[in-house]
Design a protein around this ligand. Sequence first.
Ligand code: BGC
Length: 733
Amino acid sequence: MKKIFLTLTAVVIPFLTGTAQIKNPIYKDKKAPIEARIENLISLMTLEEKIMQMNQWTYGKNANPNNIGEIMKAANPEIGSLLYRSTNPEYRNQIQKKAMTETRLGIPIIFGFDAIHGYRTVFPIPLAQACSWNTELVKQSCAITAKESWLSGLDWTFSPMLDVARDARWGRVSEGYGEDTYANSVFAVAAVQGYQGENLADKYTIAACLKHYIGYSLSEGGRDYHYSDISNQTLWETFMPPFEAGIKAGAATVMCGFNDISGIPASANHYTLTEILKRKWGHQGFVISDWGSIRNLVEQSVAKDLKEAATKSVLAGVEMDMVDNAYLDYLPELVKEGKVPMATIDEAVRRIIRVKMKLGLFENPYVDVVPEKKRYLLPEYLKVAEELAAESMVLLKNKKQTLPITDKYKNLAIIGPMVKDSVHIMGFWEGMGRPEDVETIFDGLQKEFKNKATLNYALGCNFEGEDKSGFAEALAAAKKSDAVVVFLGEKRNWSGENGSRSTIALPKIQEELVAELQKAGKPIILMLSSGRPLELIRLNEMADAIVEIWQPGTVAGSSVAGILSGRHNPSGKLSITFPQTTGQIPIYYNMREAARPDLGHYQDIPRDALYWFGHGLSYTTYEYSPIKLSKTKIQKGEKIIAEVEVTNAGSRDGKETVQWFVKDPFATISRPMKELKYFEKKEIKSGEKVVYRFEIDPMRDLSYLDSVGVRHLEAGDFYVIVNNQKIKFELVD
Ligand code: BGC
């Protein structure tokens, strides 16, 4: 009887007693040191209250305001977090009020959501953003996302994704910053700074979440959610650095992946989650599981049931359970059975509370409520969106300066399924972006070419299928025009989560449309919108010019039209390699040297990729001076300055990104063909010369990580590589 009473009081009292019971506790004193506040709160919490903190539930998309009361009743105010899918800040505040005033301890809820490349203002997909090489614009886009999100009731976004991605069959290549480890690291920092601002407690800032820790992009064969076989060398060299950079930049949270890292799933991996992330790197915040990834441990055959899955995850270092209820249902008994120590629970709660305290939620649990027109799509947001979209577009090919479209073209055929689209152009994870907000390509072209050129539009074909009934109209439009601009591409869910494809070629019908249009004998300008690199081996031959416009988001129209007209001079360079064919995957610029470099390539296709990482043309021409080094021999503690002068030798102003690579021709562990170590984008006016500098710090730039994460710096020759030039220097002991 006594036992039953005790259990009941433990469960019921927290809900009944209200906050009055505890007088002036330290945890409510904002002047007290954070750690003292956390310890005080933990000392006052029951086991049930602690476990509630370790769970995230969803708060459903609520199209019907009449149901909101019901849903809010269902939102238990003691829950640690809600995945908040409403755009209404008032609902958030009401739920939060219940948490603050109707629970015993008044612990605020943290509200999270996937604002991946924008909230209501949709920016280009992250893969595209990386092609801009403009960290400042990426940071600004994240700050805008944070502001729109915060004003909609959010404290937290599940972004950035830092999975270095080299298999374009994997749909989620669209969500990250491409194939290079260093690029992912730099954009990780930009994103964290953008979302989190100077101080997480400030208004309009939200917590970042680095994901998917770790190695998820190596999903075998590009099949989403699959096993990933990762050697420790690759884990350290390729996958760890971006996460380490994000943690150093102060990222508040981390999400573990679904994948199974050589037999130990990421969601049950003590080595990566606890030994590295927390002990080695000192991550102070918490780790959330990915949607269902605790439950998935059963499918992955490392846990016999959900109870064992909960045990493995929590002991490995996953502090918050996203929607599985595994912690909620099993942690109470696991603690009582002694299978999960109370200290593990306390540590998890400590981390969750720490993030809430850093966000200032205990003092300022509510967000401001401002009218929607002051919240979303402000002109300054759209300006950043246009700049970022335009800078992310990559001019892949431009035979005989087909582009830009100047007055030499009076009639333009505008063809293809992407022209009037307002859905797919936003890409996957469009946040709360709405098709009606999107400026379509057609809208943008009409504005751009008003009184300058006649637009002859025809659909031509749909994204897929076999219907060629629109071909004739498209060909007629092409015949009466001076140039043919064809907008092809992928639907939004052909990439993104669970968007793996066995071929990265566009559907046959789209290629056939271009073949048909060739019959008009006019220049063909191909504009490609996709969430991944495409197989262009056939289309490349048919087109005079090709621009990869990616999935540019809300301001698609003006950014695309500006690239076509030359109002925006293309400055994007690929963040991921375009293979010749799907069968050439994996192919990326920093592969290791082959035993017989000239042999062993696929015999049926050219040996090189079609467009390598870093490729991207401009409407102007840049001339690079020879690389100058401040010294050619240095000791390990010294630095060398490498310099190159770039002249804009064309007639248009432009922005040029100089990418500095290093090559270590001989080391104990074989090194990649070259590795990006630094990049910088600068504006160069027509006729101007600008100097780019790279200060080489041997420990940072010439060393490598081994399979246990130890850094080695070996003396010997090195090369600095810029734009096909290479210069040697020597590092001595
Ligand atoms: C995805 C995550 C995402 C989460 C929450 C999962 O399925 O893998 O990237 O953050 O859902 O929506």
